[in-house]
Design a protein around this ligand. Structure first.
Ligand SMILES: Nc1ncnc2c1ncn2[C@@H]1O[C@H](COP(=O)(O)OP(=O)(O)OP(=O)(O)O)[C@@H](O)[C@H]1O
Length: 136
C-alpha cells in the first residue's frame, strides 16, 4: 500500500478538504444563514467579553452546527448521484441527515442561552443597578 502520510499527502488532503468546504458553502443555502449567525455570535461574545471557558463552549457549538451541515450537504450530493428517482433508503438517509442538522441547531440554541445569559444580564444591569449575576 502506498504511504500517503507524507507532507505532500497531507497538503493534498488539506487542499481537497478546502475545495469541499468552499463548494459546500457556495452550493448549500443553509450556510448563508449559519455563517452570518456564527459571525454575529462571535462578535457578541467579543462585545460581552467572554471568558476562556465560554469561548471554548462557543467554538464547539459553532463547530457542531457547521460539521452537521457539511455532512448533510455531502449526503444530499451523494444521494443525487446514486439515484434521482424516489428511493426509500435515500429518503431515510436524507431524513436522518436533516435530523442531525436539526439536533445541532437545538443544541446551539440551548448552548446559546447558557453561554450568553449571565454575560448579557451583567452587561445590561451593571451600568444602572450595579447588580451582578456572577460569572456562572
Ligand atoms: N431520491 C430520493 N428518494 C426519496 N426521497 C428523497 C429523495 N431525494 C430527496 N428526498 C426526500 O426529500 C427530502 C429533502 O431532500 P433534498 O435533498 O431535496 O433536501 P432539501 O430539502 O432541498 O435540503 P437543502 O435545502 O438543505 O438542500 C429528504 O429529506 C427526503 O425525505
Amino acid at each position: 500500500m502506498k504511504n500517503k502520510m507524507t507532507p505532500q499527502g497531507w497538503l493534498r488532503k488539506f487542499r481537497l478538504a478546502l475545495t469541499g468546504l468552499i463548494w459546500a458553502v457556495r452550493s448549500e443555502g443553509s450556510f448563508r444563514v449559519h455563517l452570518p449567525a456564527a459571525f454575529f455570535a462571535i462578535l457578541l461574545a467579543q462585545f460581552l467579553r467572554f471568558d476562556t471557558a465560554r469561548w471554548i463552549g462557543l467554538v464547539i457549538t459553532i463547530g457542531i452546527v457547521l460539521v452537521a451541515e457539511l455532512f448533510n450537504t455531502a449526503l444530499e450530493t451523494l444521494a443525487q448521484a446514486v439515484d434521482d428517482q424516489y428511493n426509500e433508503h435515500i429518503k431515510h438517509a436524507l431524513d436522518v441527515a436533516s435530523a442531525a442538522v436539526l439536533m445541532s441547531s437545538v443544541v446551539a440554541v440551548v448552548a446559546g442561552v447558557l453561554l450568553y445569559w449571565t454575560p448579557f444580564w451583567n452587561w445590561w444591569l451593571l451600568p444602572t443597578g450595579e447588580v451582578s449575576l456572577g460569572t456562572h
